[in-house]
Design a protein around this ligand. Structure first.
Ligand SMILES: [Cu+2]
Length: 454
């Protein structure tokens, strides 16, 4: 059993820490792509778009990244990268409206480390993307994050430096934002596939828990879609990607397909088993039961109360055509995954306050879980069929041949990553940025810090 890592919690009265001195002397370029661009008098740097740096934090954590040998449920051991010696790292629980401070320390992870708050609309400078919003933290270094979440739900945190390798090797954990009065999921199950197979790790006592759980958060930390099952009782899906659904209706016998990076909250009506297909099952108020091998799949597009999506007209239309392209590199056939025909396409630009519609079309042969940082998007339609459920997402699984229309309000200025969360695809170049007009970043890939966000 994995030990629960050390969490430092300080309430009111905690001492204020010094500000992290990472503000660069100059912010010369827009999006790191155009050194000659003059953004004009309204120009802002990413480095100024921080959380509250002066008020007393309501809650404070320290996470230390370090190499460690982790014992898996199978009994096998892996040389992992960990936060506080465990993988997943400690489950962080905060409440909406609290000022959260997290001190990241890097003990000995030579790749460098950052912390990204997947799904939470933090201020841009707190987003934890190496080469975009900060430099990677080298061994011996630290970085302080501050944000005040105004949403509630099940989220996760993970490294965003060399992420295709460092997340797979253990640099992730669950993050729950509870309502102001407390509550939230009774348990969070984190699914992760190690070299010897899928595992489910949750709140420390979850695997032996016998009480029915009212609400259970499921987190997919892999790079491919996970399939989960809830058996033994009818259940509702009460949230997707941290956003509550309107009027969820009881389900039975359907499988939940959670895209890479995505989360779902489920509420069984009684004692039930929750299982990651191909992996372990966890009993809540019952002995774990074998999940069905197959079955109909839950569809968020038409689930819950009909609620009109944000209407047009839209101020800006963006198009992302995803594709799989076969090439030959040094005589060896290889595959790359492109956006609008390019690896690392140029930034998509928006202005603050705009309603933006994105059409995402997958012309390729692989699924692409698209993850826009700093915003949730509302699903408008899939393959021309309007959404009748109130489905907001930050990790949208776009299957081969599908076309989604989504919309979001550009209400969080910055330079934001927008990428495939199959992190192998991202590392190969399936990454663009959403850049607000007038916002620039001094950080670049490479450089002295060796920034390699993907
Ligand atoms: Cu992809």
């Amino acid at each position: 059993m994995l030990a629960t890592g050390a969490i430092v919690l300080l309430g009111a009265g905690a001492t204020t820490v010094a500000l992290h001195a990472d503000t660069p002397a100059a912010a010369p370029s827009a999006g790191g792509h155009d050194g000659h661009h003059d953004p004009g008098p309204a120009a802002r740097s990413v480095t100024g778009l921080t959380g509250d740096r002066t008020a007393e934090p309501d809650v404070r954590f320290t996470l230390t990244a370090r190499t460690a040998t982790v014992v898996l449920a199978s009994g096998a051991t892996v040389d992992a990268l960990t936060f506080d010696g465990t993988a997943p790292g400690p489950e962080l629980r905060v409440r909406t409206g609290q000022l959260v401070e997290v001190v990241l320390r890097n003990a000995d992870v030579t790749e460098g480390v950052t912390l990204h708050w997947h799904g939470i609309a933090v201020p841009n400078a707190e987003d934890g993307v190496a080469g975009v919003t900060q430099d990677a933290v080298a061994p011996g270094g630290e970085h302080v994050y501050r944000f005040r979440p105004d949403e509630t739900g099940t989220f996760w945190y993970h490294a965003h430096q060399d992420s295709a390798r460092t997340v797979a090797r253990g640099l992730f954990g669950a993050l729950v934002v509870e309502p102001a009065g407390g509550g939230g999921p009774d348990a969070v199950l984190v699914g992760h596939t190690w070299p010897d197979g899928p595992t489910v790790v949750g709140t420390a006592d979850v695997p032996v828990r016998r009480e029915p759980a009212r609400r259970i958060g499921l987190v997919n930390t892999d790079s491919t879609t996970q399939t989960w099952a809830v058996v033994g009782a009818p259940f509702t899906v009460t949230a997707i990607d941290g956003v509550d659904l309107a009027g969820p209706t009881p389900l039975e016998g359907v499988l939940l397909r959670i895209p890479a990076g995505g989360r779902m909250d489920v509420e069984p009506a009684g004692p039930a088993t929750v299982a990651l297909l191909g992996g372990p099952a966890v009993g809540f108020g019952t002995d774990p039961a074998a999940p069905p091998a197959d079955g109909p799949v839950f569809d968020p597009l038409t689930y819950g109360t009909a609620a009109p999506p944000p209407g047009g007209p839209f101020d800006r239309e963006l198009v992302q055509v995803l594709d799989t392209e076969r090439t030959t590199r040094r005589g060896v056939p290889s595959v790359v995954w492109t956006i609008n025909g390019e690896l690392h396409p140029p930034p998509a630009v928006v202005a603050e306050g705009e309603w933006v519609r994105i059409t995402i079309r997958n012309d390729g042969t692989d699924a692409h879980p698209m993850h826009l940082h700093g915003h949730h998007v509302r699903v408008l339609s899939r393959d021309g069929v309007p959404a009748t459920g109130a489905w907001w997402t930050d990790s949208l699984g776009v299957e081969a041949g599908q076309t989604y229309e989504v919309a979001f309000r550009a209400d969080n200025p910055g330079v934001w990553m927008d990428h495939c969360h199959n992190l192998t695809h991202a590392a190969a170049g399936m990454v663009l940025h959403l850049a607000y007009e007038g916002v620039s970043t001094p950080y670049t890939p490479g450089g002295g810090a060796g920034n390699t966000p993907e």
